[in-house]
Structure formats: C-alpha cells, structure tokens
Design a protein around this ligand. Structure first.
Ligand code: NAP
Length: 479
C-alpha cells in the first residue's frame, strides 16, 4: 500500500495532479473547438456549448483535485463559498442574458468584459503580497494583471455607460495628452514596483496607487472615443480582459486560465484589427482620434426627398430581377428580420433573386445582422459580405435599405470632412433603384446627414421597418 502511494507520488506529482492537468488539456481543446465553431452561424450555438463544457470540466476538476503547495485540497467551507458564488453569478447572468434585447447586446458584452477585467484585477490585488515574496516573474505578471484588469474594468464600465446613453463623449484634443501622461505614470509606477527591492509590505501603498491610477486611466482612455469607434473599443477591451485573465492564470499557475485568457485575448485582438480594417482606420487612430459622434461636415440638407407609395414599391420589386436587402440598426430596433425573410420568400416565389448585403459594423455589435437574420432562418448563403456584393451593386435592380444609415453613406467616399470618411460602405448608391425604409429623417450612429437620401434614384418609404415591410408584403400578395 505504502509502495503504491510512493509510486503515485513520483517527484511530488500525484495521480490527482495528472488528472487535473489532463482535464485542463481537454478543456483547452474544447475551448479551441468551440471558438472555431463560433465562426459560422450554423455551428455557433454548439460551439458555445462545447466551450461551456470545457469551462465546466475545468471548474469541477479544480474543485475536486486542486492542491495547494502543502498538498492540501480546497476545504469544504471554501468549496461551498465558491459554489454559492458560482450559483449567484450564474443566476444573474442567466436572467440578464434572457431578458436583454438584441439591441442592447453591446452593453451586455461591455458589462461581461467589466466583470472579467474586475475579477482579474482583484486576483492581482489580493495575491500581490504572495507574488512579491516570490520571484520577479510573479511580480511582473501580478502588476500587469492589475493594470490590464483595472483598465478593462473601468474602461468597459464607461463603454457600457456610453452605449446605454448614460455617458456622453468628451473629445477634447488635450485629452490625448492627459492620457499619454496617465499611461506613462501607470507604466512607470508598475516598473517601479517590479524593480523595487523593498519588502512587499512596504510596497502596499504603491500597489493601491497603481490600482487607482489604472482605474482612472481606463476611464480616461475610453472617454474621448465615441461614435462609430465604440465597437472597436469594446473588442479591444474584450481582448484586455482575456490578457488579464491569462495573467491571473500565471499568478495561480493554472493552465486552463492561461489558455482560456490567451484565446480570448487573441480572438479579441484579431476582431479589433479586422474591424479597424473594415472601417479603414488604424488602431492608433481609433484610440487617439475622435471619430464619430462629432460634428459633421455635411450636416445641412442636400436636396429634395422623394417618397414612394406602397403600391409603386410593390410593383418595382415584383418586376425586378435582382434585389438586395441592406439591413442596419433600424432592422434590429423594429425586429423586422422575420418579416424581411417573408418578403424575401415572396419575391423569390416571383423569380426575383434576393440577397442580403452585410456590412461588418452594421447594427451595434459585430455580427449583429448575421445573428438577427439567422434567427429568422434566412439561409446563410443569402448573406453576402460587403466586399463580395459591392462589385455587383451596379447590376442590382433595387437596393432596399432597411434601417441602415451610416453603412450606406457615400460621404465615406466623397466628403473628406465627414467623420466617417474612409470607412468602407455598401455601395447602395450604385444600384439602379434605391428604396430606403426608416421612420423619418433621423440620423444614424455617427450623427451625420446622408446624401444617399437625396440621390435621384432614391425613394423613401417612411415608417417603422416592420410595419412598412408587412404592408409591402400584403401589397405584393394582393397584386
Ligand atoms: P445607423 O447608422 O445607426 O442608422 C440606423 C437608422 O435606423 C437610423 O437612421 C434610424 O432612422 C433608423 N431606424 C431606427 N429605428 C427604426 C425603425 N424602428 N424602423 C426603421 N428604421 C429605424 O445604423 P447602421 O447603418 O447599421 O450603422 C451602424 C452604426 O453603428 C455605424 O456607425 C457603426 O460604426 C456603429 N456601431 C456599430 C457597432 C457594431 O459592432 N456593429 C457597435 C456600435 C456602433 P430613423 O430614426 O429616421 O428611423
């Protein structure tokens, strides 16, 4: 028996440790497979479940098999506390996620980012004394975890406030300089803590100062960013949350946390860069620039508006060969995805080829339109990315713009003074006819006028998108 125990404890490594490491490896594989499946709407739901399975496995095996350096497992009292915390967190998350409206998804993502960053920040803050007693590597990851976690936390809270309309934009040019000073101070204090030979107890003031400074920097960093740049910032903060979680994983020497954090950090960074590319802007430009929500160069009226009657729209669409629906934020507000799909089916039954043009930042979150249209069972092959549909737009008989504005605004091409200048758009203006469905002359997210509405080929169909399409469907059916 004794010999058996000795064999199972080779170099202090027990069967339990091996099982724990193996479970982390399996969890990591499930994260990677889940992440891969998220890249397609058809597999995204299952991908989420796979990644959830990986996280559940890592949590259960940690609770059962984790041991501290003295070889003791997690005490029963602590297990109850952890289970209670997981229960409360899961219940709140479940209720919020069930209740949230599709249009408020970005706010929810921001809140989740904040909780992730906040958790990593607290881990770093609480574990600093232990880390400081260790080697320099432990201090570096703790300090980095604290800075990145705190910036992700406070920055995400500000982003939440902005998206929810509770916090306005401050885009004073001097904020860039204040932020530069704050960043240098934060990094300088972090370096001072790492390099200091003082015992950890004497450095507690510095770690709390770093904590405060990082929180302030997070607020100031997001404050001047506004308008159409918000999705990029949310994705960047998401990446920060992942990196902070990876740092917390290093603090606890926990492979599952390190890997999960790195995956989130890398995925968030890739998405950030892809969105910058979609908006034709560099990341630095997003962070220090004051894009969107600013004063538009083209804010005055640019011509006359022409409306279209339901019967004219019904005839135009029914006798077209090719129709492209361009959905935007208004489609989400009106929840018009199901009725849009019905219109699509009706037109297809009349041999009209119908496609959907998807702009990468249409709506209020990455993939917003894909999610909505998938919910309405629109076949994925009908969703065409901006780059693929644009060369075809001159051959399109009717472009129906449903609650989209900024993503079809030609000012992005021809108004250097416009805050969206340089952002790629869907070339609705090149279609032979353009029908625009919106409630009135309300502006889009960037708060600017849209010359497409004054285009000779454009006809406006005013009203809530859902009821307009509903009436259009009835009109086509009665033709
Ligand atoms: P948008 O520019 O915000 O325009 C939406 C339009 O929908 C508005 O002009 C509004 O006009 C109309 N609308 C609102 N409710 C409606 C309803 N019930 N029925 C019909 N129309 C309605 O939308 P977008 O073209 O999709 O562009 C997205 C913008 O948001 C971009 O500037 C993007 O950068 C930014 N953004 C994107 C994300 C993301 O990740 N996708 C996140 C944050 C911000 P009326 O008031 O006249 O109806």
């Amino acid at each position: 028996m004794d010999k058996g125990i000795t064999l199972l404890n080779i170099a202090g490594f027990t069967v339990g440790d091996t099982l724990l490491e193996l479970s982390y490896l399996v969890a990591a594989l499930l994260f990677v497979v889940g992440l891969k499946m998220l890249s397609h709407p058809e597999t995204a739901r299952r991908g989420n479940l796979w990644a959830f399975g990986g996280m559940a496995l890592a949590m259960v095996t940690t609770l059962l098999l984790h041991k501290n350096p003295e070889g003791e497992g997690i005490s029963l009292t602590n297990i109850w506390i952890i289970l209670a915390a997981i229960g409360v967190g899961a219940a709140i998350g479940w209720m919020v996620a069930r209740k949230v409206k599709m249009t408020a998804m970005p706010q929810l993502v921001s809140l989740y980012n904040a909780t992730g960053g906040g958790a990593s920040m607290l881990v770093a803050l609480l574990e600093y004394p232990a880390a400081a007693a260790g080697d320099v590597g432990s201090i570096v990851v703790t300090v980095l975890g604290l800075i990145i976690g705190a910036v992700a936390f406070s920055g995400s809270m500000v982003a939440f406030g902005k998206l929810d309309g509770r916090v306005g934009d401050i885009m004073k040019p001097f904020m860039t300089y204040i932020n530069l000073v704050l960043m240098v101070l934060t990094l300088g204090l972090g370096a001072f803590i790492v390099a200091s030979p003082n015992p950890p107890t004497e450095m507690i003031w510095a770690i709390y100062a770093l904590f405060g400074l990082s929180l302030v920097y997070g607020v100031m960093f997001v404050m001047p960013i506004g308008g159409a740049d918000m999705p990029v910032v949310i994705s960047l903060l998401n990446s920060f949350t992942g990196i902070a979680a990876a740092m917390a994983g290093f603090i606890y020497n926990n492979q599952a946390m390190i890997l999960g954090g790195i995956l989130v950090g890398a995925a968030g960074m890739i998405l950030t860069l892809l969105m910058c590319k979609a908006m034709n802007r560099s990341l630095i430009n997003v962070i220090v620039g004051a894009f969107g929500g600013g004063v538009s160069a083209a804010s005055g009226e640019q011509g006359t508006i022409k409306e279209i009657t339901l019967s004219d729209a019904a005839v135009l669409l029914s006798y077209s060969q090719r129709v492209v629906i361009i959905p935007g934020y208004g489609l989400a507000v009106a929840q018009a995805q199901h009725i849009a799909q019905e219109l699509d089916e009706l037109l297809e039954s009349k041999d009209v080829d119908v496609k959907y043009a998807i702009h990468p930042v249409a709506g209020r979150m990455p993939g917003h339109m894909n999610v909505l249209l998938a919910e309405a069972d629109v076949p994925y092959e009908k969703l065409v990315e901006m780059d693929d549909i644009n060369p075809d737009m001159p051959n399109v008989d009717v472009a129906i713009v449903v609650g989209a504005n900024d993503v079809v605004n030609p000012a992005a091409y021809n108004d250097p003074g416009s805050p969206i200048y340089g952002m790629p758009i869907i070339d609705a203006h090149l279609a032979k006819n353009i029908i625009i469905m919106k409630r009135g002359m309300g502006k889009g997210y960037a708060g600017i006028e849209n010359e497409l509405f004054f285009n000779d080929k454009t006809r406006m169909l005013f009203g809530d998108a859902k009821s307009s399409i509903q009436k259009l469907v009835t009109e086509i059916k009665t033709m």
